[in-house]
Design a protein around this ligand. Structure first.
Ligand code: GLU
Length: 326
């Protein structure tokens, strides 16, 4: 009798303890979301960090814990968001357009129908950095040179190919094209292992600072004569690299080129509540968000809704309607 009472009591205690653990609020409710970015010396990585920081402040309210992953860039991010390996990704506006329409890198796979836009962020420019001693003053001078055009997962790779083709150069036969990640290119340029590299990036960026601050003197090469390219591809626009951001570069004036925008994307499969929470926190804390990176100086709430080609995720749309932005 006494023994069965003890067993009964122990069982009851066990049940109570189990219930206690399973109802621990944070563990039971936390939704982990991962944001795919780019190389750590780019602007996507701190951008993912800025978004995560803002949303993680309200962890108790939403139960969302956002983390950031360094990745190969836009193309990798689209694909990983589509497979569900990432929940969100920072992606160039031109890659968003290509992915939703099944073009370029998605020509064989077809339109990425579940891709959803959340908002757009900073402008990025197609940035060509060359060593002063390599005799490269226009994009045509890249003929026969060793040039990093970007790794296959990056957004810049297709931009480099487009810019070269516009100048009459075939990246496969007219130059020694390298496919390394943007974070490695400044070191290779400084070590004399490449003559130039392309990077589609917001300014200022750590990678370009690194490339312009070494012993080997470098400059930005203007990319002009792009009117035909711009009329062919609606997602490209003229842009300028402000030279004051890179005192180590030997250019005297701002550099003409063309550019795109960084955008924030997700999948139709990501719950509305999660996308709503992230959108709301970024927009409701817009002034603090803007201070998190100098590349955000030009942002307004309105222009953060321009440049999306995939359908806007319903969770984001709910916020835009509530806030009177749509
Ligand atoms: N635009 C680059 C890409 O899509 C990344 C730039 C960055 O990391 O800031 O791969």
């Amino acid at each position: 009798m006494k023994k069965s009472f003890i067993i009964g009591f122990a069982l009851l205690l066990g049940i109570v303890l189990c219930m206690g653990f399973s109802s621990t609020p944070v563990q039971a409710k936390t939704t982990f979301v991962t944001i795919g970015t780019g190389g750590i010396t780019g602007v996507y990585y701190p951008t993912g960090g800025a978004i995560a920081k803002i949303v993680n402040k309200k962890r108790k309210l939403y139960g969302i814990r956002a983390t950031v992953e360094s990745t190969g860039g836009s193309v990798f991010n689209v694909n990983a968001v589509m497979t569900g390996d990432l929940d969100f990704g920072v992606v160039q506006s031109d890659r968003q357009y290509q992915a939703i329409n099944g073009l370029a890198e998605w020509k064989d796979k077809g339109p990425q129908k579940d891709l959803r836009a959340v908002f757009t962020i900073h402008p990025e420019s197609i940035t060509l950095v060359a060593a002063d001693d390599a005799g490269i003053n226009s994009i045509k001078d890249l003929k026969g040179k060793r040039v990093n055009i970007g790794n296959p997962g990056s957004g810049q790779r297709q931009n480099s190919i487009d810019a070269l083709a516009n100048a009459g150069l075939d990246y496969k036969s007219d130059l020694q094209a390298e496919g390394v990640k943007a974070a490695e290119a400044p070191g290779l340029l400084q070590d004399g292992r490449i003559d130039a590299f392309f990077y589609t990036v917001g300014h200022p960026s750590g990678a370009i600072k690194e490339a312009t601050a070494g012993k080997r003197k470098v400059h930005f090469v203007p990319i002009t004569g792009v009117d035909k390219l711009l009329s062919k591809y609606p997602y490209y626009a003229k842009a300028k690299i402000p030279i004051k951001l890179y005192p180590g570069a030997t250019n005297k004036e701002d550099v003409k080129t063309f550019g795109v925008k960084a955008t924030f994307v997700t999948s139709a499969k990501v719950p509305d509540a999660v996308v709503y929470a992230i959108t709301k926190e970024v927009f409701d804390n817009f002034d603090s968000f803007k201070k998190l990176h100098p590349a955000y100086q030009v942002l307004t709430k309105q222009n953060m809704l321009e440049g999306m080609s995939a359908p806007i995720h319903p969770g984001a749309m709910k916020y835009y309607k509530e806030a009177g932005l749509k």
